[in-house]
Design a protein around this ligand. Structure first.
Ligand code: FAD
Length: 419
């Protein structure tokens, strides 16, 4: 497959753009692979890419029940950050950030990673203390962080309501300057192309409907396109984790599935060049390269496998946007959609070998799995290839919930809707 380059763009432009080839093949499934990955979302595709590129394991299939990008990887609000507090999380998310910083080059695909910063606003003295603690913890762990005071906020985010008249007046913000956004579909397409170029079979419209087992050992999967054997089977199905694992007889996991909605407005001229989050409620907002404001809030208030949301959340999120940015009241909302989130009980993920021999599990991404896409795939590939975790994902075990070694970033306890 041809390299993408400025030269190839010019050449194709001069020849009527007739020579572009599909970015990945559409192979038929083979009877057996070394590794099968269930789920062609960001995490499944990045795992396949790193299995091939870092560990030389190329006899790999990614089985996707829909099409590449149909799940949360193509439905998120695209925020990438590594502003974590706890030692279990920080090295992992900072590793992800470093992979993001070179991702377009590594994939030879422009994922439009834009380090425009994120500012987490605080509104009370207690929140200010909390943000100072987080910022100091970040700096101590080698992550960039700084405080932003209202005069700087006024200059940098002119649309922000700093009048003091709002219900929760803004006292300042904690900024991670290296955070930002990336084009979510491009991440899926870039990893798919990168994996395909290294020999991985990406098989769309192929739903896993059961597991092949010899005793406890998983030796393959039943699919809508027939039985496929594998030495190792790895699940990266995000919001469908409990359903897919139930097919293997695992019917209790520390995960709940909830809907999260995203919203975009019509396109307007540049008016917000960083990511802003609201500490008075739960809102995260940025402006896409196309000009739309992209934002989201809380998950809907009940468990669901439906990829669509409800109206009360729409009202709730809009009220938060208008609280922070009254001028946005004039914008028209263009679209909204929902994705199924795999909310874990401590807000942190699971990247581990098991829970059956021959099976590997990647799940529990809550609100934040997009930013984790590179490190998740990298660490999952390491775990699958070496049969042991890398030090970055060693804390993300499944049995931590039995042992009590939870990584509760927000200190909320087993309240998945709050993570
Ligand atoms: C509205 C919204 C906003 C978000 N905003 C952010 C954000 O700003 N920043 C951030 O970091 N994260 C964000 N997230 C979270 C992030 O998108 C997810 O955590 C992450 O994408 C999940 O991993 P994935 O990409 O592999 O999931 P998915 O793309 O959902 O991939 C899982 C795939 O598994 C497939 N599958 C399921 N069952 C089967 C089966 N039986 N057989 C075969 N295939 C199957 C599905 O079709 C799906 O394609 C957001 C999510 C949503 C919904």
């Amino acid at each position: 497959m041809a390299e993408y380059s400025a030269l190839s763009i010019v050449k194709n432009a001069l020849t009527g753009n007739r020579d572009w080839k599909p970015a990945w093949r559409k192979p038929e499934p083979k009877p057996a692979y070394d590794v099968i990955i269930i789920g062609g979302g960001g995490h499944g595709l990045s795992t396949a890419f790193y299995l091939a590129s870092e560990f030389g394991i190329r006899n790999v299939a990614v089985l996707e029940k829909g099409w590449v990008g149909s799940g949360n990887i193509g439905r998120n609000t695209t925020i990438v950050r590594s502003n974590y507090l706890l030692p279990g999380n920080t090295p992992f998310y900072e590793h992800s950030m470093k992979l993001w910083e070179n991702l377009s080059h590594e994939l030879n695909y422009n994922v439009m990673f834009s380090q425009r910063g994120i500012i987490n606003l605080f509104h009370t003295p207690a929140q200010e203390d909390d943000h100072a603690r987080r910022g100091n913890a970040m700096i101590l762990q080698g992550v960039d962080a700084r405080f932003v005071r209202p005069p700087e906020l006024k200059r940098r985010v002119p649309a922000l309501n700093l009048s003091g008249s709002s219900r929760f007046p803004v006292l300042g913000g904690l900024e991670q300057p290296r955070a930002g956004t990336a084009r979510h579909d491009a991440v899926a397409w870039g990893y798919a192309r990168g994996a395909d170029r290294r020999g991985v079979d990406i098989i769309e419209n192929c739903e896993v409907t059961g597991f092949v087992r010899e005793g406890d050992q998983v030796t393959g999967v039943e699919t809508s396109r027939g039985r496929i054997h594998a030495r190792k089977v790895a699940a990266a199905v995000a919001g469908s984790t409990s359903r897919v694992m139930a097919l293997a007889g695992i019917d209790r996991l520390p995960i709940e599935s909830h809907v999260l909605q995203a919203f975009v407005t019509e396109s307007v001229k540049p008016c917000l060049d960083t990511v802003v989050t609201y500490g008075g409620g739960h809102l995260y907002i940025s402006q896409s390269d196309k000009g739309s404001l992209v934002f989201g809030g809380d998950i809907d208030g009940y468990n669901s496998y439906a990829q669509r949301g409800n109206l009360p959340i729409v009202e709730d999120v809009m009220s938060e946007v208008l609280e922070l940015f009254p001028a946005f009241a004039k914008l028209r909302l263009l679209r909204s959609w929902g994705g199924i989130m795999d909310m874990s009980m401590d807000g942190s993920p699971i990247i581990a070998k098991g829970p059956l021999p021959g099976l590997y599990l990647n799940a529990g991404w809550c609100y934040g799995g997009f930013k984790a896409t590179p490190a998740s795939g990298w660490c999952f590939a390491h775990t699958i290839a070496r049969d042991e975790p890398h030090e970055f994902n060693a804390p993300f075990t499944l049995d931590r919930f039995h042992r009590g070694y939870v990584i509760d970033e927000k200190g909320q306890g087993a309240t998945p809707w709050k993570h």
